[in-house]
Design a protein around this ligand. Structure first.
Ligand SMILES: Nc1ncnc2c1ncn2[C@@H]1O[C@H](COP(=O)(O)OP(=O)(O)OP(=O)(O)O)[C@@H](O)[C@H]1O
Length: 283
C-alpha cells in the first residue's frame, strides 16, 4: 500500500477532517470535493506538513513520523502553493532538482520541457498558468518517484493543457509499482484517469467507488410525484426535489431500467454523483 490513512483527524475551528483512504500500487486514486471540503488538508497530512490530531498516516509502508529523506525522494508532489521562485528559469530549476534528487534525469527533464513548449531560458514568473502547471508536473515525474501526490494539478487550465498533463500522468503510470493520489474539481479529468474515487464533504469521506462502477452502475432517475411514491427505493442513495417532481441518485441503474421501463433513467458522471450526494437528501 502506497498510502493508508485511518481516521486521520484535524480540527480547524468548526471544520473537522476525519479521513480514511488507501492508495494501492498501480492505482490512480482521485479525491473530489467542493472548496473547503478538506482535500488540501488531507494531502498535507499525508506529506507531514501538518500534524493530525489523531489517526494513523502510513506512506510508502511507514508511519508518517518515520518518513526519511530517502523516502521523500520516492515522492513527487504538486501543491497549489508549491513551485520554484519566479526569478529562476528552467535550467536553474533543473540544477536545484539535480542537487535535491539522486534519481533526477536532467537530460530527459529538459527534453520533456522542450517537447511541452516550455522555454528553458525564460524566467518562470513570466510563464502562463498552464506553463507553470506543466512544469510542476514535469518536475514531479522527473526523478522516478514511486508515488505522486497532486493537489489540483489541472486547476485553471484550458482543455488542451489539461489533456497534456493527463497524458504525462498516464505515461508515468506505464512503469510498474507506481501510484498517484490526485485531487481535481474537473470530473472529466478524474473519469479519464482514476481507477477509484473518494468524495469528501465537510471533512468526511461520503463515497469511495471504482470509477468504472460509477460510470456503469450509477444513474439519475427523473420522477414525477406519482412515480416517486410508487418507486421501490431500495437502491436510491439521495433524492432531490425538482420543478417536475424529484431526481434520485441510484447505484443500481439497471435495476430501475429493467423494472421501470417507462422511467427516465440517465447515466451519470462523477460531477452529478457529487452534486446529488452533497445537495440531495437521504431517502
Ligand atoms: N492552516 C489553517 N488554519 C485554519 N483553518 C484552515 C487551515 N487550513 C485549512 N483550514 C480550513 O480547513 C477547511 C478545509 O480546507 P482545505 O484547504 O483542506 O479544503 P480544500 O478541499 O482543499 O478546498 P479548495 O478546493 O478550496 O482548495 C477549510 O474550512 C479551511 O478554511
Amino acid at each position: 500500500m502506497l498510502v493508508k490513512l485511518e481516521h486521520v483527524t484535524k480540527t480547524y475551528g468548526q471544520f473537522k477532517l476525519d479521513c480514511s483512504l488507501n492508495l494501492e500500487e498501480g492505482h490512480v486514486t482521485g479525491l473530489v470535493g467542493q472548496n473547503g471540503a478538506g482535500k488540501s488538508t488531507t494531502f498535507k497530512a499525508i506529506l507531514g506538513l501538518i500534524k493530525p490530531d489523531s489517526g494513523s498516516v502510513q506512506v510508502l509502508g511507514k508511519d508518517g513520523g518515520q518518513i526519511t529523506d530517502a523516502d521523500k525522494m520516492r515522492m513527487g508532489v504538486v501543491l497549489s502553493d508549491s513551485g520554484f521562485g519566479g526569478h529562476l528559469n528552467i535550467k536553474a530549476a533543473a540544477s536545484i532538482m539535480a542537487a535535491s534528487y539522486s534519481r533526477f534525469d536532467r537530460e530527459r527533464f529538459l527534453r520533456q520541457c522542450t517537447e511541452h513548449r516550455l522555454p528553458v531560458d525564460k524566467k518562470i514568473k513570466e510563464f502562463s498558468t498552464g506553463m507553470k502547471a506543466k512544469l510542476k508536473v514535469l518536475c514531479a515525474v522527473s526523478h522516478e518517484a514511486d508515488l505522486l501526490i497532486l493537489d489540483e494539478p489541472t486547476a485553471g487550465l484550458d482543455v488542451v493543457a489539461r489533456e497534456e498533463i493527463l497524458d504525462m500522468l498516464r505515461e508515468y503510470m506505464e512503469a510498474e509499482g507506481k501510484g498517484i493520489l490526485i485531487s481535481s474539481h474537473i470530473s472529466s479529468d478524474l473519469e479519464g484517469l482514476c481507477d477509484d474515487i473518494y468524495m469528501i464533504q465537510d471533512g468526511k469521506i461520503v463515497l469511495h467507488e471504482d470509477t468504472d462502477v460509477i460510470l456503469s452502475d450509477y444513474g439519475l432517475l427523473k420522477l414525477e410525484a406519482g412515480q416517486y411514491d410508487s418507486l421501490d427505493k431500495t437502491y436510491i442513495l439521495r433524492i432531490k426535489e425538482e420543478s417536475y417532481g424529484y431526481s434520485a441518485l441510484t447505484d443500481a441503474r439497471q435495476f430501475y431500467q429493467e423494472n421501470y421501463p417507462s422511467l427516465i433513467v440517465e447515466k451519470c458522471g462523477i460531477d452529478q454523483v457529487e452534486t446529488m450526494l452533497i445537495g440531495g437528501k437521504r431517502k
